[in-house]
Write a protein that binds this ligand. Structure first.
Ligand code: PDD
Length: 280
């Protein structure tokens, strides 16, 4: 695999980053995951805009223009012969001469790393046909979940708690309401209404979420952006998640209780179709 590190395209075994990098020592960095289908980047613009938003929120300078970033994404698709999969992008505050809590000065350049992950046939994931199961766990993350930082320890632990419970993923709950999944946004469907938590600093503003809600509204479906509980979700007709890596994925079981008929719902299936059709 050819990866990008600070201006160079190198074989992954030759890619290096300093041990003093603040991404490594302090999780002082942000990231984006952009999916690729049939060699085409999905929603690159949305990811580029959110990257800038994350960088701004952390007082980090943009390492390069959006066009330059796009060029690197395209180059990696070509160099790795990537058909279906993802491109991971990470920008950290770079590597000062020593470990220090204070941010380094402008002389320290950010570290920019991009790599590809091949996932042949990802749009036809078998899980989309069966649906996935989730458990609920408390949301104990920090208060700026709208910034896409690389602080992913708790979401990783959540994924392990789900596995240990025989489930596929976890939905996080704060003050009695679902915030989001470990690495995706959460939705329920009641009748013809699609319900998902509104945007705030409590959740990541998903790029797939924005696209799916737009397509839903264009298809005259009703969307309600509001909080919901696990009990309401278990009692809903359908549930699903969205993210750049799963697109729209039906959720058929929550904390052991079947949602609706316990099979992927009509609305989730339709939204997945529309999303894949419109983005490809
Ligand atoms: N995760 N919420 C969280 C906490 C996420 O980490 C993600 C994305 C999303 C969905 O955002 P988007 O639709 O822009 O992918 C919501 C990525 C895929 C990841 O960490 O791999």
């Amino acid at each position: 695999r050819i990866v990008y590190v600070n201006g160079d395209y190198v074989p992954e075994a030759d890619a290096t980053v300093s041990v003093f990098d603040r991404g490594f020592l302090m999780a002082d960095g942000v990231y984006e995951v952009t999916s690729v289908l049939g060699g085409k980047l999905i929603d690159f613009d949305g990811h580029a805009v959110r990257l800038k938003r994350s960088l701004d929120a952390l007082d980090m300078a943009e390492p390069m223009s959006k066009d330059a970033l796009l060029e690197i994404h395209r180059e990696l698709v070509i160099r790795n012969d990537l058909t279906d999969g993802m491109i991971y992008l990470q920008v950290t505050r770079g590597a000062p001469a020593d470990r220090d809590f204070a941010f380094p000065g402008p002389d320290v350049a950010p570290t920019v790393v991009l790599f590809t992950q091949s996932k042949p046939g990802m749009a036809e994931a078998p899980a989309a046909k069966t649906g996935i199961s989730v458990i609920s766990i408390p949301d104990i993350r920090w208060g700026r979940r709208d910034i896409k930082t690389v602080q992913l320890l708790y979401p990783s632990m959540g994924k392990m708690m789900a596995k240990a419970a025989g489930a596929d993923d976890a939905w996080m709950v704060e003050d009695g309401f679902v915030t989001e999944g470990t690495s995706n946004n959460a939705y329920i469907v009641k009748g013809d209404k699609i319900i998902t938590r509104g945007l705030s600093t409590d959740i990541l503003h998903g790029i797939t979420r924005a696209a799916v809600l737009r397509f839903a509204r264009e298809a005259q479906m009703q969307v309600e952006e509001r909080n919901f509980t696990i009990e309401e979700a278990q009692d809903a007709d359908e549930a699903f998640i969205t993210s750049a890596s799963t697109f729209v994925m039906p959720v058929v079981e929550i904390d052991g209780a079947a949602v609706g008929a316990g099979t992927p719902g009509r609305v989730a299936k339709r939204l997945r179709e529309i999303y894949l059709e419109e983005s490809r």
